[in-house]
Design a binder for this molecule. Structure first.
Ligand SMILES: [Zn+2]
Ligand SMILES: [Zn+2]
Length: 272
């Protein structure tokens, strides 16, 4: 049975299908456990400045989730979480949102640097610019790793997706950012936070790797990291469960014995 702890619905502005539709599509592809993680970003994606009402879709989310639970096929477990973006830009607000009692799980992610627009929105113009942004990205991830409002850190290195889109063949790996990545992983471990293996790039043009990259997943384990969640990051039924089987295989090959799920913010370890 597959687990998916990173999946979006129409409660995210970029999600295409309802939770019920996402649940049905995932179940057909072998998923028996879902934790929905719709976006809740601290900043406006164009200005990079904090916005009010990041979690204005709270009521809608709870209602849609209850509906999905009612209609879920037997054998499918549903949980409700959140992908909280940019929490290090306004820690007090992030803490308040993450403490919402309906949440089983909180992914901590970073889609933009402090005061800057979403990585998706840039037109990248040089390798130097890409490296400068990724260096700042690594610094902010370390800052985020030291905070405690989230459970696992989402899609480390996802910035390369957009840089490669614009023709720059960059990687977020140990060769380029080893010192910072090691500090990042150690900070997560010491702070009792975990890591996500995000499967959305697997089998995809220009990427075809998990996020973070395999060598970072290996180092996390070598450093003693044990908390790891897995997710497809699907935004539509056509992407439901994508990459999950391969993601599980990668973890097994690296010697991981368990994945983690969170229920009411408490970790539970599942043998793989
Ligand atoms: Zn994200
Ligand atoms: Zn996501």
């Amino acid at each position: 049975m597959l687990y998916d702890c990173h999946i979006h619905s129409t409660c995210s502005t970029d999600g295409r299908n309802t939770m019920e539709e996402m649940a049905q599509a995932s179940f057909k592809k072998g998923v028996g456990y879902i934790c929905f993680t719709d976006h809740c970003d601290i900043d406006d994606y164009m200005t990079g400045l904090p916005i009010e009402g990041s979690y204005d879709h709270r009521e809608k989310t709870i209602r849609m989730f209850e509906e999905a639970v009612k209609k879920a096929p037997s054998g499918l477990q549903l949980h409700l979480g959140m992908e909280l973006g940019g929490g290090n830009h306004d820690l007090q607000r992030a803490k308040k949102i993450a403490a919402s009692p309906e949440l089983d799980f909180v992914l901590g992610s970073l889609h933009n640097l402090k005061g800057k627009k979403d990585f998706y929105e840039y037109s990248y113009e040089s390798m130097a610019q890409c490296h400068e942004l990724m260096d700042e990205y690594a610094t902010e991830l370390i800052e985020l790793a030291g905070m405690d409002f989230f459970d696992t850190m989402a899609h480390i290195g996802y910035t390369i997706r957009y840089m490669r889109r614009d023709g720059f063949d960059v990687s977020f790996n140990l060769e380029g950012y080893g010192d910072k990545i090691e500090v990042l992983l150690k900070t997560l471990i010491q702070n009792g936070r975990g890591l996500e293996i995000n499967c959305s790039g697997l089998g995809r043009e220009r990427i075809d790797a998990p996020m973070p990259e395999v060598e970072i997943l290996r180092l996390y384990r070598q450093l003693g990291g044990e908390i790891i969640t897995i997710g497809s990051d699907a935004h539509s039924v056509s992407r439901a469960a994508s990459g999950l089987r391969q993601g599980f295989d990668i973890l097994r090959q690296l010697g991981y014995k368990y994945i983690t799920v969170f229920e009411k913010r408490k970790p539970r370890f599942i043998k793989i």
